[in-house]
Design a protein around this ligand. Structure first.
Ligand code: HEM
Length: 556
């Protein structure tokens, strides 16, 4: 005590104040750490102690753009349920995933989804409560049923063929090098323009005009890509700082800052146009998404307000452009380094698509086994949204009961989630889980019957696997296929499942088939494992932020 008094007597008042603040903060923090480790109802859930006592661990991995990978590491180490932050639990178990995200659980989304709001307003993907979300979903769901999307099929085919023609004319003899992330995003903007607004966004034309002259991509495409990143940044930064950032006098930054207004204005213009053409649109069998939403009613007397129509459309435009573009780019990159798969796929498509400019209908494309396997494998490793889909554990409202997850009681309000990143890489389900192996989805074709029953591994395929890897191939193709499918959640699950999954699947199929039928693909200089390493910030992207591939026209 005397020693303490002596030390204090030597300090200035300012130094004493600083010491007092530091000490108080230390005591406060130690109390919280003590609570989290020894008293919190979540203390029994395994996980590293440092993640349990502060958000620091998870935040560093969010900032390093490696959240999925880091959480995956914890799940491998600690088992199927792990505490990754004081109030956050991630699990990896298929039945539990179905329970948490299923129809009967009716769990709300976490506050994280507020960062995805469009023009400050909610839409289906954000934090609307279960009942309000249901009303919203009734407005758009019928638009994305396959029968309705089929009405747009020929337009979609024409947009893909336009892209093919651009690649042909740019690389007639030696092929052309392009960043597919940009190219496919422009394609998806044109696709979304057609089905959402009956509008030709001319995004591909802008791409071809600007890109080959070395210019930056067009403003709409930039804004659509910037929009979600801007939302994340707003979620992290204090309001004062974000508001101050608007004064940075750098054009590219200004575009980023203004991206929400730009996309909002684009959609509002479509709304004005739509009002002008309302009568003509109402007569059309092929109604746009916007048309449907304008006709949608929240109740008998309450139409869906214009501001909600705009935010809903903006939400779909954002959700439906970069996502499909990313997955398609990663698949093309894999094909560019797997010539064996590429050659087999080209053979399948040559037979199904004798005229390289005549795209078969969707049903025909869906019947192609290798194309289907490549898409499934692409959606397994490269789903655009493999991140934890956060939900709030029930019980806080007093009407619902608290939940038990894998034997642990979860206090109301805890954030719970599973992530497709881990489910899709479970080694006991997906042998050699980190390898892109479309063959795993068609084992019947890649295994040969044994004379004494059962199947053995064919010698003509699996060229990329070592003998020890081949040992891991499941012995019963039928069982294996069912098991793989049960573990595939690229679009989420339950009532909040991806609204546009039919469209995404359709476009991936049409675009990939047409590209592979018409071009050979090769990685450009600098496109390699390092540049294509997956980073994540809710959606994934390659480390280099681009995917440069060379498209060389095939003969015939
Ligand atoms: C490969 C492409 C795509 C992937 C991997 C993907 C993935 C997802 C995922 C995982 C969710 C669920 C989020 C959650 O539960 O928290 C979601 C929601 C959603 N997605 Fe997609 N998506 C894709 C393409 C599209 C497209 C093309 C559209 C529409 C044009 C779209 C529209 C939506 C909408 C509206 C929601 C919110 C659904 C709701 O809660 O009602 N997505 N998407």
């Amino acid at each position: 005590m005397d020693m303490l008094a002596q030390i204090v007597s030597k300090l200035s008042p300012l130094e004493i104040a600083v010491c007092a603040v530091v000490t108080l903060f230390g005591i406060y923090w130690a109390a919280i750490a003590f609570y989290q480790l020894f008293l919190s109802p979540l203390r029994k859930i395994p996980g590293p102690w440092y993640a349990a006592i502060s958000n620091f661990w998870i935040t560093t991995h969010v900032l390093r753009l490696q959240r999925c990978r880091a959480i995956d590491g914890l799940l491998r180490k600690y088992g199927p349920i792990v505490r990754v932050a004081p109030n956050k639990v991630i699990f990896n178990d298929v039945p539990t995933t179905k329970l948490v995200y299923g129809v009967s659980a009716k769990l709300d989304k976490s506050e994280f989804y507020s960062s995805l709001k469009t023009n400050g307003n909610d839409h289906a993907m954000t934090v609307l409560n279960h009942a309000d979300h249901g009303i919203r979903k009734r407005g758009y769901a019928s638009h994305y049923v396959q029968a309705n999307l089929n009405l747009f099929e020929s337009d979609f085919q024409n947009i893909v063929l336009k892209m093919i023609d651009m690649l042909y004319s740019a690389g007639q003899h030696h092929g052309v090098e392009v960043d597919t992330l940009l190219l496919f995003r422009h394609m998806m903007i044109d696709i979304n323009g057609v089905h959402m607004f009956n509008f030709d966004a001319k995004s591909l034309s802008a791409w071809s005009d600007h890109i080959f002259s070395g210019d930056s991509p067009n403003r709409l495409s930039m804004a659509i890509s910037d929009y979600p990143k801007r939302g994340m940044l707003i979620g992290i930064l204090p309001d004062v700082l974000w508001n101050a950032l608007q004064y940075i006098p750098w054009t590219r930054w200004q575009y980023f800052y203004e991206s929400s207004n730009y996309v909002g204005k684009f959609v509002e213009d479509r709304l004005i146009e739509n009002r002008r053409l309302r009568l003509a649109n109402a007569m059309s069998e092929r109604r746009s998404l916007m048309d449907r939403l304008l006709a949608h009613k929240y109740s008998d007397t309450e139409p869906m307000p214009d501001k909600d129509v705009v935010s809903e459309c903006v939400g779909h435009l954002i959700a439906g452009s970069d996502t499909a573009s990313l997955t398609l780019s990663f698949i093309c990159w894999e094909l560019s380094r797997r010539p064996d798969v590429m050659l087999r796929l080209q053979a399948e498509l040559d037979a199904a698509m004798p005229d390289s400019r005549q795209i078969p209908d969707l049903q025909t494309l869906q019947s192609l086994p290798l194309l289907t396997a490549v898409l499934k494998e692409g959606l397994r490793i490269y789903t655009a949204g493999p991140s934890p889909l956060e939900r709030v554990a029930p019980g806080a409202d007093g009407k619902t009961s608290p939940m038990t997850l894998l034997g642990y009681e979860i206090p109301p309000g805890t954030i719970i989630a599973s992530q497709a990143w881990t489910t899709h890489r479970q080694a006991d389900t997906f042998f050699c889980p980190d390898l892109f192996l479309p063959e795993r989805w068609m084992l019947d074709a890649y295994c040969e019957p044994r004379p004494n029953g059962g199947v053995g591994i064919g010698t003509r395929s699996w060229s990329t696997l070592s003998n020890s890897q081949k040992e891991k191939i499941p012995k019963d193709p039928k069982l294996a296929h069912a098991e793989l499918s049960a573990h595939l959640f690229p679009f989420g699950h339950g009532p909040r499942v991806c609204g546009g999954q039919n469209l995404a699947q359709m476009m991936l199929r049409i675009a990939l088939a047409t590209i592979v039928r018409n071009f050979d693909l090769a990685p450009a200089v600098g496109t390699n494992e390092k540049s294509m390493e997956i980073k994540d910030s809710f959606v994934i992207f390659p480390a280099s932020l681009e995917c440069r591939l060379i498209f060389t026209p095939r003969l015939g």
